[in-house]
Write a protein that binds this ligand. Structure first.
Ligand code: NAD
Length: 296
């Protein structure tokens, strides 16, 4: 079992940390929010007073932070982890951030003789609770080999996507598919309604036909067909529209710097931008169905 520093105990990091404790690892935890720290302590973690303290004298550091600026600050900002940890510590960032920041932080770590992986996840808060996340990992083979058994305590599918930044590249490509597919599934249900086709019938047919996709069968944006989907609890997240917009913007930023053409991804980013600007950023991202359907 390993000694692990865990930083960022929010909707995802909280349950991921609990699964590491359940597997028998020793955890030193840090977050800025006292309630998150209390929950981690109740689950058996010892508490640190700063990110640097959580990262000191452990074998592995895992971070699960909101966005790139937090990752930069925690790793390479004043009093950051990179300057605080012992040589040989493995650093794993599971936040979803842009590829360039992931590579820049990993090379700052490498310059100090540290191994670092980008290891963003898919599977949402349900997957974090159940320990069934998918991890997409970027970084060197030796670091991946060391990380894999630990990531298996939090996830079911662990894929070494390639060199540093490849995990983040996989994540934004995946979420561009997800954002776009959620919109079109919503459009299909809104169209079916106008055509007098029962939503359950559309689900029964499309979930077994070529229109089948995760946005329909696991996370259906209309109430009814998939009882566990957020549509049945007034679109309580889950995965917020703000977070989907963040990922779609990351995809657009990456597409623009790599010279890729992504018109449907761009349209999805624009629609989520509108939905969030209307004050729905904290709603589950499947709530975009309400915008598509309109008042009726
Ligand atoms: P969250 O906002 O619930 O949690 C982030 C935590 O980081 C918070 O508790 C916050 O207090 C803490 N934090 C922020 N700055 C900090 C600092 N300087 N030091 C210590 N702690 C700090 O977010 P989340 O839903 O857990 O998401 C985390 C990451 O995972 C994001 O990058 C998100 O895009 C990604 N993600 C989320 C989901 C999801 O369904 N929520 C799914 C896949 C990926």
């Amino acid at each position: 079992m390993a000694s692990i520093g865990f930083i960022g105990l929010g909707n995802m990091g909280g349950p991921m940390a609990r699964n590491l404790l359940k597997a028998g690892h020793e955890l030193k935890a840090f977050d800025l929010v006292p309630a998150a720290l209390d929950a981690a302590a109740k689950a058996g973690a010892s508490l640190a007073k700063s990110a640097a303290e959580a990262a000191k004298d452990v074998e592995v550091v895992i971070t699960m932070l909101p966005a790139a600026q937090h990752v930069r600050q925690v790793y390479t900002g004043e009093g950051g982890i990179v300057g605080a940890v012992s040589p040989g510590t493995l650093l794993i960032d599971s936040s979803t951030i842009d590829v360039d920041t992931a590579r820049a932080v990993a090379s700052a770590a490498k310059a100090k003789g540290l191994m670092m992986l980008d290891a963003p996840v898919s599977g949402g808060t349900g997957g974090a609770e159940a320990g069934t996340l998918t991890f997409m990992v970027g970084g060197e083979d030796a670091a991946y080999a060391k990380a894999e058994p630990i990531l298996k305590n939090m996830g079911k599918t662990i894929v070494h996507a390639g060199a540093s930044g490849a995990g983040q590249a996989a994540k934004i490509c995946n979420n561009m598919i997800l954002g776009a597919s959620m919109i079109v599934v919503g459009e299909a249900f809104a169209l079916a309604d106008k055509l007098g086709l029962d939503k359950q019938k559309l689900f029964d047919i499309s979930s077994k036909s070529s229109g089948q996709c995760w946005s329909m069968t696991a996370y259906c944006p209309v109430p009814g067909p998939v009882p566990t989907s957020p549509a049945n609890r007034d679109y309580k997240p889950g995965f917020t529209a703000d977070m989907m917009l963040k990922d779609l913007k990351l995809a657009q930023q990456a597409a623009s710097s790599a010279g890729a053409t992504t018109p449907i991804g761009a349209a999805a980013a624009a629609l989520y931008g509108l939905f969030c600007a209307q004050g729905h950023g904290a709603v589950d991202f499947s709530g975009i169905y309400k915008l598509i359907r309109g008042r009726n």
